[in-house]
Design a protein around this ligand. Structure first.
Ligand SMILES: [Zn+2]
Length: 235
């Protein structure tokens, strides 16, 4: 491979790395945001489960209190029943007793629903909590790594830019401008000859051109895609 092709390949490698570094400035903040929102969602799920459980515990004790109160009232009515003197009084207290019993029944049904839900939440809450803690732990580690990557992006770009300058001074300015012109439109600027074709666009190359590329005496670009061609030797 000619010295020029060698340098252009190095330049291409550096430009690729520079591109990646520039791109990372865009996607690293997105990654941070995603990791943070994952932590937030898991935490939120735990807090909501905990809140629901607390509400159920409160509802349970309130229902138990109300049932106890209503049961006392029922007992009082039953006692009253033993001292009634008229049919009208009997009917009135009977109706009241029926109402009280219905009321108690309704509250007991409600209590059963709350207790069943509470049982589910008791079983679930530990899982939700440990999952939330695990996500926080894993994501925090990733966040630290990403943060330090973000902190070093600027330095890495400076290093690569210096390497780039050192290569540019060793290249002919015409070669550099050809490289820059092709780079604007395409991914790879410098590509190898493979199976007697340009490995960038796969167009077959005339045998004499392949020989010329092999000799590496001058810079040869592909007629079809404009990429700079070099001989890798594994054709
Ligand atoms: Zn081509």
């Amino acid at each position: 491979m000619s010295n020029t092709a060698e340098l252009l390949l190095q330049l291409q490698g550096i430009d690729y790395q520079l591109g990646e570094l520039e791109r990372s400035k865009g996607y690293l903040p997105d990654m941070i945001e995603n990791l943070n929102s994952e932590i937030g969602n898991a935490e939120e799920e735990f807090l909501q489960t905990k809140q629901k459980r607390d509400e159920d515990i409160l509802a349970k004790s309130e229902l138990e209190g109300s049932i106890a109160q209503a049961s006392l009232a029922l007992e009082k009515l039953k006692t009253q029943m033993t001292t009634i003197k008229t049919n009208r009084e009997y009917d009135a207290i009977s109706t009241e007793i029926d109402h009280k019993k219905q009321e108690i029944q309704q509250m007991e049904d409600e209590l059963l629903t709350v207790m069943a839900e509470l049982e589910d939440l008791d079983a679930k809450i530990e899982d939700v909590q440990s999952r939330s803690e695990e996500i926080a732990k894993i994501n925090d580690e990733q966040l630290k790594a990403i943060q330090s990557e973000m902190d070093s992006v600027g330095t890495k770009i400076k290093i690569k830019e210096n390497e780039r300058k050192n290569i540019l001074v060793r290249l002919d300015s015409l070669v550099v401008s050809t490289y820059e012109r092709i780079k604007r439109g395409k991914g790879s600027v410098v590509v190898a000859v493979r199976k007697r074709a340009c490995s960038g666009c796969f167009k077959a190359l005339p045998p004499q051109l392949v020989q010329e590329i092999r000799r590496g005496e001058r810079l040869i670009t592909c007629d079809s895609c404009g990429r700079i061609l070099y001989w890798e030797g594994d054709d």
